[in-house]
Design a binder for this molecule. Sequence first.
Ligand code: AMP
Length: 405
Amino acid sequence: MNDLVLVLNAGSSSLKYQLLQPDSSLVLASGLVERIGEPGTRARTRHTVGGGSTTEGEVDAPDHTGAMALVLDLFATVGPSLDGVTAVGHRVVHGGDRFRAPTLVTSEVLAAIEDLVPLAPLHNPANLAGIRAAQAALPDVPHVAVFDTAFHQTLPPHAYTYAVPQAWREEHRVRRYGFHGTSHAYVSRRLAELLGGPVADAQVIVLHLGNGASAAAVAGGRCIDTSMGLSPLEGLVMGTRPGDLDPALAGYLAARGIPLADYDHALNTASGLLGLTGTNDFREVMSLLDAGNPDARLAVDLVAYRLAKYVGAYAVALGSLHGIAFTAGIGEHSAPLRAAVLARLGLLGIRLDPRRNAEGPPERPITTQDSAVPVWVVPTAEELEIAQQALAALQALSASEMPRL
Ligand code: AMP
């Protein structure tokens, strides 16, 4: 049966969506509303039907409820019809240690997501606004929350615990949670399929390298370690975030007159590639590098070195390594970065095939036949994963278990 799922990803000033058939992976429509609620400017919409025609517009959208109304209007006027939508799947960034799986949205679930706002102050409020607006607009359809953190709930205690005082861990829920879970879930499973062996035996590393970046070590479909922690700041060097740091830095800078709010803001928005080179766009970093810019040279070396260190660490964590996947904007498109990372991994017997690395279909191996560990580019498909997870969660709930919406 061709179920239809509407996937919504609400950011602080944006609402992205896709209408999909999870069984066939067919995308019937996709689009976004951006600049929602930004003073002095109108929101922008872009709505694409199938692989074809795109409708763009500038309209008023003071909040997510207004944005949702615009989206419904686009489906009604441009199409396709939303009649027969089986479920709405919502990306929710932080599910804490409470949500280990996609969950039917009830008032109690909304309250729990609200309770997690202190752990994701930038993301969960926007996700909640998106869910509430969509519930009001589509009240007769089940809404399912799919959490970025859920895939990492299988981390063992030695991987998720910070060695900090017990009171912090117990009263303030201080631990590592991990993010990008839907991407890591999809790509690790897809890589396991591509490697040809049973998915249940595959020991793989996924490198999700977009504006945000994280690595995950996955054994038999279960995540055993990941590079992001309590927040998405930890781990790899990213577009505007530094990744791993000495925790003493906050106190050191406070003593030198830098307020905590400025510190926090700088680590989220002015560090990483931006802090090192003046741009967080990796394409621009590569152009600077080609022009001989020393800051860009250092940035690319730092990014590649940090990535190689994580791969080495995760190979040890897994015990044996069957494959590595590069995914997301930089991972899928930057052959030079992939080459720089793999050049540091000779110890693992990895041998790059420069021709395969430089060109080929979006999903392809980039190592030689005799490489001890095959390395692949695997395009991520977060919306498809959310749609499939939402549908599977609903199918798992028998009619009698389905609470009143
Ligand atoms: P994402 O967050 O997954 O959309 O990835 C965004 C990042 O991917 C940005 O830093 C882009 O500069 C980078 N990116 C996108 N396309 C390319 C490309 N063709 N080559 C290098 N980097 C790219």
